[in-house]
Design a protein around this ligand. Structure first.
Ligand code: G6P
Length: 583
């Protein structure tokens, strides 16, 4: 969701911040702004895309070597210039940016209004700037005034603040991530590492309750009034990893990286996770979005080869669905910051469960709070929708299940899956043509059975996220229990028909669709299945855990080329955010 960056050093702050905000665009946003300090604080903010605002207003006219920037994803107050961050106090001397939700903002606004403060936005954030202003009337030291103001907040926040006369950035974290980047004679802070990669790989992740004072030459972190030390991490992601590298979109780059990234994922160290999961009689998985579908793959493998019952619960539903007796919870989250997944993991932990995290982000909240973490090794994923992170999650989860089941042979076979995905990538021009032929349709159903069902779910999710077309997925056998009533010549059915034990039944379901004149697209490794439909795509033969990996990739490409054909931006779908830090 909202993206934050702060800079203090010797470079032109507006340049560093603009570049940093570009790297945070993937988080999803609707407005943006930058404030820099050069004697006085100067501000440019507006609704719209970063580059549009920059074209109209030119962020680089902002002078100074200290500044803060923000991409906003609206929660409190509509998408407008006045609601865009940074927000300031009454006198335009204190400016801050915020990610999260201040739950007591109405009370704060009411009491500050009584004291004469005038608000110029509808946001919860603005109250924080006025609170700092109010505290400064009683307390000369800015750090203390900032800290006093923060102590009055309820809710979640990452706040980064600058003020006239202060050669420092003040920051506080309680919920949404905030990372400090350590340079030579310059310091950074940001919501996420990709914003910093061009300048430094040395970072410190703030923990909940931390407050930081960041100066050119260093930083101090406080927890309450106590100074604390936090570990300095070295990031092994490179600046190039956060670039498009010649691809027109991050999404296509990330789809194309999958063979290499899945190889890396399959070499992940799963021993610590396996030690916690081994011998358990029941698994609970919590996750959201694509990560939830990766959880469904784990469930299929774990139940079929280990005979261990596994429940997969959406992060947001865990509080209602849990028994309270969960012994081990697997929390899957690319970002490691999804609020619903995090609160499910915390709830499980508070009632005694061990938490195993499957994540892509070192130092993320989930990574830090879990009893064991497995890194999926997908590298930075900057398109809003999950592609390589989904397949890497599936690869790691399959590895864990196969390792627990001591299925060495199957594990070895799984190592070959990247070559099959390379073949799928080679058929891109065919998938592009398919997308062209399907671009006049508005309704899509994706069907699959067994191991192909999570791919059907993921395929439909990709399509709706980036094309804004109606897409839903069904277990193929469920068609006759409802959705068949919707099928006619205006509807597309994408049938996933791997030639495994589910094949004969999937083919019966394919016939049901043909009988209703639906436009059938078959993805299969069987000539018989491919011959049934006017539109089809041959997919390499896949078995077991390979199926969700091999079948998801052509569906990612289909969604991508349809979005491009329909002139949608696949990297930045409307209304969506990559890292969803509110419940
Ligand atoms: C958002 C993203 C999805 C992602 C989901 C879960 O909705 O747009 O692509 O699957 O969050 O994210 P996580 O980081 O927890 O895997």
């Amino acid at each position: 969701m909202c993206g934050i960056i702060g800079y203090i050093g010797y470079r032109k702050a507006s340049e560093v911040i603009l570049e940093g905000l570009r790297k945070l665009e993937y988080r999803g946003y609707d407005s943006a702004g930058i404030a820099t300090l050069s004697g006085k604080i100067q501000l440019i903010k507006d609704a719209g895309r970063l580059d549009e605002i920059h074209r109209r207003r030119n962020f680089l006219q902002l002078e100074g070597t200290i500044g803060i920037g923000h991409t906003r994803w609206a929660t409190h107050g509509g998408v407008s210039q006045k609601n865009a961050h940074p927000h300031s106090d009454s006198h335009g001397k204190i400016f801050l940016v915020h990610n999260g939700v201040i739950e007591n903002f109405e009370e704060l606004r009411a009491s500050l209004s009584k004291k004469g403060h005038r608000f110029s936005s509808e946001t919860d954030t603005e109250a924080i700037a006025h609170l700092v202003e109010e505290e400064l009337k009683k307390e000369k030291d800015f750090g203390k005034a900032f800290s006093n103001a923060i102590s009055m907040l309820k809710g979640t926040w990452s706040v980064v603040c600058i003020s006239e006369g202060e050669e420092a950035i003040h920051a506080s974290r309680n919920g949404p991530p905030l990372v400090i980047g350590i340079g030579e004679g310059e310091m950074f802070c940001a919501s996420d590492v990709p914003a910093l990669l061009a300048y430094t790989k040395k970072v410190v992740f703030l923990e909940d309750g931390d407050r930081a004072v960041i100066k050119k030459g260093g930083f101090e972190i406080f927890s309450g009034s106590k100074r604390v030390r936090r570990k300095i991490h070295s990031i092994n992601w490179s600046a190039q990893m956060a670039e498009k590298g010649g691809y027109p979109h991050f999404m296509l780059k990330e789809i194309s990286e999958q063979p290499a990234k899945i190889r890396e994922a399959l070499s992940a160290d799963v021993d610590e996770a396996a030690a916690i999961l081994g011998g358990q009689e029941h698994f609970t998985v919590v996750a959201c979005g694509s990560s939830y579908y990766a959880g469904l793959v784990f469930k299929s493998i774990a139940q079929s080869i280990l005979g261990v019952p596994c429940e997969v619960i959406l992060g947001s539903e865990f509080q209602y669905a849990r028994t309270g007796k969960e012994k081990v919870v697997i929390a899957i989250s690319q970002s490691g910051e999804t609020a619903d997944t995090l609160s499910a993991a915390r709830l499980a932990k508070s009632s005694g469960a061990k938490v195993v995290a499957i994540t892509n982000v070192l130092g993320s909240s989930l990574y830090r709070e879990a009893d064991a973490s497995v890194m999926i090794g997908a590298g930075p994923e900057l398109s809003v929708v999950a592609t390589k992170s989904f397949t890497c999650q599936v690869a790691v989860l399959a590895k864990i299940a196969l390792a627990l089941g001591k299925r060495e042979k199957e594990l070895e076979r799984l190592q070959g899956v990247s070559e099959k995905i390379e073949k799928v990538l080679e058929s891109q021009s065919k998938i592009k043509k398919l997308a062209d032929r399907l671009s006049r349709f508005k309704d899509f159903f994706y069907i699959g059975r067994g191991m192909a069902f999570p791919s059907a779910l993921e395929g439909a999710l990709k399509l709706k996220e980036i094309t804004y077309l109606h897409a839903e997925a069904y277990a193929a056998g469920e068609l006759k229990h409802g959705p068949l009533s919707l099928l006619d010549k205006n509807v597309v059915v994408v049938a996933l028909a791997p030639a495994d034990s589910s094949f004969p039944k999937t083919m019966s379901n394919v016939q049901e669709c043909l009988a209703r004149n639906a436009n059938l697209v078959v993805l299969s490794d069987s000539k018989q299945a491919l011959g049934k439909a006017k539109l089809s795509l041959a997919v390499p033969k896949a078995e077991g855990a390979e199926i969700p990996l091999v079948y998801s990739v052509p569906l990612q490409l289909l969604a991508y080329y349809l979005a491009v054909k329909l002139k949608r931006d696949p990297d930045k779908p409307r209304n969506l955010a990559k890292s969803v830090t509110v419940e």
